[in-house]
Design a protein around this ligand. Sequence first.
Ligand SMILES: *Cc1c(COP(=O)(O)O)cnc(C)c1O
Ligand SMILES: [Zn+2]
Length: 413
Amino acid sequence: MKHVKYGKCVKCGRTYSAVPDLTTCACGGILDIVYDYEYVRAHLTKEKLAARPERSMWRYRELLPVADSTEPTPLRVGWSPLYEEPRLAEILGLKRLWVKDDGQNPTASLKDRASAMAVAKAREAGASVIACSSTGNAASSLAGNAAAAGLSTYIFVPSRAPKGKVAQLMTFGATVISVQGSYEETFELSKQAIDRWGWYNRNAAINPYLSEGKKTVALEIMEQLDWQTPDYIAISVGDGCTIAGLWKGLKDLYAIGFIDRLPRLISAQAAGCCPLNRSIETGEDWRPMEENTLADSIAVGVPRNADKALMAIRESDGLVVNVSDEEIMAAQKLLGRTCGVFGEPAGVTGAAGVKKLCEAGVIGEDNTVVSVVTGNGLKDVANAIKSCGEPISIPSDMDRLLAAFAERRITVD
Ligand SMILES: *Cc1c(COP(=O)(O)O)cnc(C)c1O
Ligand SMILES: [Zn+2]
């Protein structure tokens, strides 16, 4: 990989050759993949990119840590739509607002970007089995992307994972271990099993290539905005790998001269589980928190990527915002009604954060904002049904329909 220099520990600075099964530093720190930006600049131009037919995350090959000979993974991951939302912008009082719907990935979450990368690297490593622990989406995306590539998977999920996500896992043929305990305990068991059996490790806190996959969301946003930097990009945060990847992609583009300024990040967490945001707010080291939110994908009491995430928020001069479950569910409805985008609770937490910051007057009519929806609402229908109530239920009878409309003051003409 001529365009990749090495993996560099974010804690102690030690560097490691970028082998396919690279994990963490001897000091325990997570590695960051460092590129030769001179080389990338010489081989990638905006024009070259614009002419490229590939409509997936693999269109950004020069900025991805894969060998030239590595094939794109089979499922179409990435190139999700970026919708401008003028009506929602007006409701919130923003100058311009875009929604990036990453729920449209093949297994319906942004995690597909990391899992496709894991599958590509596992193939480079010659592995035939991949494993991970996950709050749900990393698992279902790994299972799907691996199945398409003919690899088998062992997946550890906490027993609270929503049924939709577990159904995906079982359908994709994963061996699923539902751990009766927290995400923390789930992660620990997966770690022991991976050590014992030597499976390829798709845990985002350990495998430094995964945030390189996730960063493609930033590359796409900027290309879709014709390289015009928005003031803010909002995203939900659990382990912190996603926001770190987002920031990495933006810094890559800045380093190769594709954008001339960097946006500020908005880190949105659930009020019931916000160890990273709390650390930014208090200026103290992060401490574990209970996992007290219905946004299961970001219910992460012990964030595995705290170092990279906190660095991303700080470096970008970012904002942090914590939202209650009620605010999350209100944002789910608002996005559904004004944009036709249905996100799972963790998927719309970024948008809930944007709404809250607008209402508090922290951001407003001078600002342009991109809000990333990180997962599809069909993943967790139980909470959506609870929050939206019941439909009109009547027999096939016009009189009953008229009566029902009258009762609910619905006027039709
Ligand atoms: C995993 C996930 C996140 C958060 O990503 P982290 O890397 O854990 O911070 C947000 N939303 C959804 C839908 C997710 O699946
Ligand atoms: Zn180190």
